[in-house]
Ligand binder design. Structure first.
Ligand code: OOG
Ligand code: NI
Length: 287
């Protein structure tokens, strides 16, 4: 979380606003619904590589999601115990981009000769942490970044940001009344000046009505490219999730509701719009 917190002012912004409002006493009181990573789909990297870290720690691979327009695949991973966050990892279908974009991407990812996770001692948590904060390939040029962005904003984001955490997610359903729905929590956020992603509406709702999500718009950060060129690019964002109690458990008293009684997993239609929290159509509102 360290680098993410430093680069995403909304992280401490949201936590501090929640403490000030008396919703929580300290940051640790927040239930982290899930965290998300983005990757490049090339043979030695991508989901098949990154997921090995989480599988090693007992995460279980669950459903696949496909995003045709954005040329992405994603999977989610269930944690080994309910107090750990779920994990959402997406991957760019690099081979579906133009030859020019593929050439740019490969010029960076080819610096990674073999699957780097295979070389990690996965029991060494400090080494894993260092790996997740490692650069993997050289600092991109601004011109490569811009060329990629015209074709895939996701590609441009990953070429610069590598594996740095994309977002963490505040679970709202266990918060006090008045804040325990995404609708109410969004009101609280907007009252405090946070700008919400409104792609497809500010509340993303699954067809079953039981998974509701919203997110802040990523703020622009001054990124330093090759040769010291500085240019503002999208950082990361914070997400909010409300998982409603499944119909078969609605009879349970409120104090008996646990994670397994609520809607689990993700939703393609919701996720498709949440990705846009770092896309220029949204970030133009926050800068
Ligand atoms: C992930 C977007 C999808 C969700 O919870 O459905 C997502 C991303 O922006 O990398 O976070
Ligand atoms: Ni998410």
């Amino acid at each position: 979380m360290q680098r993410y917190k430093e680069r995403v002012p909304d992280v401490s912004g949201v936590i501090n606003a929640m403490i000030k409002e008396g919703i929580i006493r300290q940051a640790d009181d927040i239930e982290n619904d899930h965290i998300a990573f983005r990757t490049m789909g090339v043979p030695q990297l991508g989901v098949q590589s990154l997921e090995k870290i989480f599988l090693h720690y007992g995460y279980v691979k669950k459903e696949h999601y496909y995003f045709a327009g954005k040329k992405l695949d994603a999977w989610w991973y269930a944690p080994p115990a309910p107090h750990y966050p779920r994990i959402f990892i997406s991957e760019l279908r690099v081979s579906e981009l133009s030859a020019a974009a593929q050439e740019i991407i490969h010029s960076y990812t080819n610096e990674v000769k073999t699957d780097p996770v295979n070389a990690l001692n996965l029991d060494d948590t400090a080494a894993v942490d260092r790996f997740l904060h490692s650069a993997l390939w050289r600092t991109p040029t601004l011109s490569d970044y811009k060329t990629l962005a015209t074709e895939s904003e996701y590609a441009a984001w990953v070429i610069y940001n590598r594996y740095y955490l994309n977002h963490f997610t505040v679970s709202v359903h266990n918060l006090p009344a008045g804040y325990n729905t995404v609708a109410d929590f969004n009101q609280f956020l907007e009252k405090n000046g946070f700008v919400l992603n409104d792609a497809g509406g500010k509340i993303k709702k699954s067809p079953d009505g039981n998974l509701l999500q919203s997110s802040t718009v990523a703020k622009m950060i001054d990124a330093t490219f090759a040769n010291g060129e500085v240019f503002p690019i999208a950082g990361s964002y914070v997400e909010f999730a409300e998982r409603r109690v499944l119909p078969q458990f609605l009879h349970l008293p409120a104090d008996q509701i646990r994670r397994e009684h609520r809607r689990d997993g993700f939703e393609t239609g919701n996720a498709d719009k949440i990705f846009e929290s770092t896309y220029s159509t949204q970030t133009k509102k926050s800068s």
